[in-house]
Design a protein around this ligand. Structure first.
Ligand code: PMP
Length: 367
């Protein structure tokens, strides 16, 4: 039976129906072991297998080179805003890092990093988010320990479609909201992290992919659970990992694999997002997307209704009508307003078509 509701939430977000059914089926008894994953020791053979297969699937789906560690940590993306500088800002003596600030999440990461070193914002400050400053305007510091950016800004709907050139400085990326939505050349990065609750699972677990030679420069004050070297040496089992969230991730990764992997996810994401952007762009200004065409997110489509700054009454009507049709969580982030449709991997073409049809209908009614 298919759900009657379509969840366009920004995260935690929709999961594939087959994953939920599988988890339901296995909730009481996992495999032949007679207990639930929820009750299982994280040091048991059964959980060990789950953890290993999750890592194996990730390595396969992203083609992760052997000289990278894959960690499964707690603390969310926000935990990584601290963990990244705590582990990496000491790579070079000056304790400097370069940050690109293209939306709310990279702004938060930069602010947190300021506690641990000197943070340089590499481009002129943006008055509003919706554009990635041209690389020719960046001033990168060659003695920075790393360069940091957020690959997809979930709140504003701004996505990088290129990998920044850092002239050999270690590159770090927050891929929380576009992880596994396209192939990535991991070898270009020192570190990639992603919370699971958008494209690859439920809340509770954060993936960190880190190049081995970057481990071991951790600041003394780093809490032990955020220390990549400790977690790498212990295979993410220094303390109790979020076992159930790891298990759900394994199911989602299996689903991605069975559905054609990252290449298929990329194709689907382009199809879905252009369906919505096309309606916005041919609406004669009734729907307005404030994000520059060069960096519009495939994952989080943000737009205003009625006029450029948004007609709040009309936006409310739009949201009410959507919810009557079973489409939920289309409201923009509280700091930004407007509409946001999140089209993560589990959101189907049919789900997107339902939204597109409603947008056309609403436009016709109000034009
Ligand atoms: N980075 C990005 C790009 C995000 O979208 C989010 C959450 N929406 C975070 C970081 C923070 O993640 P968490 O809530 O898991 O700490």
């Amino acid at each position: 039976e298919q759900k009657q509701i379509i969840n366009f939430g920004a995260g935690p977000a929709k999961l594939p129906q087959s994953v939920l059914l599988q988890a339901q089926k296995e909730l009481l008894y996992y495999g032949g072991c007679g207990i639930s994953v929820l009750e299982m020791s994280h040091r048991s053979a059964d959980f060990s297998k789950i953890l290993k297969s999750t890592e194996h699937l990730l390595r396969e789906l992203l083609n992760i080179p052997d000289n990278y560690k894959v960690l499964f940590l707690q603390g969310g993306g926000t935990g990584q805003f601290s963990a990244v500088p705590l582990n990496l800002i000491g790579l070079k003596g000056d304790r400097c890092a370069d940050y690109l600030v293209t939306g709310q999440w990279s702004a938060k990461a930069a602010k947190e990093a300021e506690k641990y070193g000197k943070i340089n914002i590499v481009h002129p400050k943006l008055d509003s988010y919706g554009k990635i400053p041209d690389p020719s305007s960046w001033t990168l510091n060659p003695s920075a320990s790393y360069v940091y950016y957020c690959c997809n800004e979930t709140v504003h709907g701004v996505e990088f479609n290129f990998i920044p050139e850092t002239n050999g400085v270690v590159l770090v990326s927050d891929m929380s909201s576009n992880f596994l939505s396209r192939p990535v050349d991991v070898s270009k990065f020192g570190l990639i992290f992603a919370g699971a609750q958008k494209n690859v699972g439920c809340a509770g677990v954060t993936v960190v992919i880190v190049r081995e030679d970057l481990l071991g420069h951790t600041l003394k004050e780093c809490p032990v659970i955020l220390d990549y070297k400790v977690q790498a040496e212990m295979n993410s089992l220094y303390n109790t990992p979020p076992c159930f969230s790891v298990y759900i991730m394994a199911l989602v990764l299996e689903w991605i694999k069975n559905n054609g992997g990252s290449t298929a996810m990329e194709k689907l994401s382009k199809q879905k997002s252009s369906m919505i952007y096309d309606i916005v762009d041919t609406s004669n200004g009734f729907y307005v997307c404030l994000v520059d065409g060069s960096c519009r997110s495939r994952m989080n489509i943000t737009f205003r209704v009625g006029k450029k700054e948004g007609d709040e009454a009309l936006e409310k009507e739009f949201l009410d009508g959507a919810s009557k049709r079973g489409m939920m969580s289309l409201k923009g982030h509280r700091s930004f307003g407007g509409i946001r449709a999140s089209l993560y991997n589990a959101v189907t073409l049919e789900d997107t078509e339902a939204l597109a049809a409603y947008m056309k209908e609403f436009l016709k009614e109000h034009q």
